[in-house]
Design a binder for this molecule. Structure first.
Ligand SMILES: Nc1ncnc2c1ncn2[C@@H]1O[C@H](COP(=O)(O)OP(=O)(O)OP(=O)(O)O)[C@@H](O)[C@H]1O
Ligand SMILES: [Mg+2]
Length: 232
C-alpha cells in the first residue's frame, strides 16, 4: 500500500533522514520506533507532503505521491494525525469533525455517528470548544477528525503522548479495532512496548537511519530493543 524508497530529508544543513526505505502492506499495523529526534515525525511529514525528500520516491497504492500536495492526499485515502493534536482550538468538537470530512461532505452524518460510537466522550462534548478539551480528549478529536476522511492508511504520530495509562489503553484499543475493521496503520510511538505488542511489523530509527526491522514479536524479544527502549 505504501512504499518509501531512499528518502533523504534535510532541514537546512541538518540531515534528518538518511536513505530511508520501508513499506506498509495492506491491512498491516507497522510501527516506527526510536528515541527523541530519531526522525519519526519527519518521516510521517515527508509521506504526507509537508516536507520534501531530496531523493527517492513515495508510492501509495500504485501512484508516486512524492510531489503531491498534502491536501490532495486526503482525497486519496491518506490521513495523518500529527504530533501534538492539531485541532482547531476555536471551533467546537462537531465543527472540527465536520472539517475532517471536507473532502467527502456526504459522509458527514454517517461519519459523525461512527466517530461518536468510537469516542462517546466526544458525543457528550460535541458543542464544547475544542481548546477547552483535556489533552486526551483532544487526541480523540484529532483521531476522530482523521477518520471523517475515511482513510485507507492512517498515520498516527504519538497518539498516546501525555495520556494517563487508562486512556493510553483506550487509544491502543481503538487503533486495534480500526485495524480489525480494515484500516492500514502506520504508528509512531515512544511507547515501544505497547506499539510492538500490536504491530505486525516494526522499524527502528536511530539518528535518521533505519537500524533494525522485524515483526513486532521479534523486536519485542530483541535484547538490543529491550535495553534501549523497553527499560531493560
Ligand atoms: N523544523 C526543523 N528545523 C530544523 N531541524 C529540525 C526541524 N524539525 C526537526 N528537526 C530535527 O530533525 C531531527 C528529527 O526530528 P523529528 O521531529 O523527526 O524526531 P522524532 O523522532 O519525531 O522525535 P520525537 O520523539 O522527539 O518526536 C531532530 O534532530 C530535530 O531536531
Ligand atoms: Mg516526533
Amino acid at each position: 500500500m505504501l512504499k518509501v524508497d531512499n528518502l533523504n530529508v534535510y532541514y537546512g544543513k541538518i540531515h534528518a533522514l538518511k536513505d530511508i526505505n520501508f513499506e506498509v502492506k495492506e491491512h498491516e499495523i507497522v510501527a516506527l520506533i526510536g528515541a527523541n529526534g530519531a526522525g519519526k515525525s519527519t518521516t510521517l511529514k515527508t509521506i504526507s507532503g509537508m516536507l520534501r525528500s531530496s531523493t527517492g520516491s513515495i508510492t501509495f497504492g500504485n501512484e508516486d505521491i512524492s510531489h503531491i500536495e498534502s491536501y490532495k492526499l486526503i482525497t486519496k485515502g491518506l490521513a495523518h494525525v500529527p504530533e501534538g493534536r492539531r485541532v482547531f482550538l476555536q471551533m467546537t468538537v462537531e465543527e472540527n469533525l465536520e472539517m475532517g470530512a471536507y473532502t467527502n461532505p456526504r459522509y458527514i452524518k454517517e461519519g459523525l455517528e461512527d466517530v461518536y460510537k468510537r469516542f462517546p466522550r466526544l458525543l457528550h462534548r460535541r458543542n464544547q470548544i475544542a481548546g477547552t478539551l483535556s489533552g486526551g480528549e483532544q487526541q480523540m478529536l484529532a483521531m476522530g477528525r482523521a477518520l471523517m476522511s475515511q482513510p485507507k492508511l492512517l498515520m498516527l504520530d504519538e497518539p498516546s503522548m501525555g495520556l494517563a495509562p487508562i486512556l493510553v489503553d483506550q487509544i491502543f484499543d481503538i487503533v486495534k479495532e480500526l485495524h480489525e475493521q480494515g484500516t492500514t496503520i502506520l504508528l509512531v510511538e515512544q511507547n515501544a512496548g505497547k506499539a510492538l505488542e500490536i504491530a505486525d511489523r516494526a522499524y527502528v530509527l536511530e539518528s535518521g537511519r533505519i537500524v533494525l526491522s522485524g515483526t513486532g514479536a521479534e523486536l519485542a524479544q530483541s535484547e538490543e530493543i529491550k535495553k534501549a527502549y523497553l527499560g531493560g
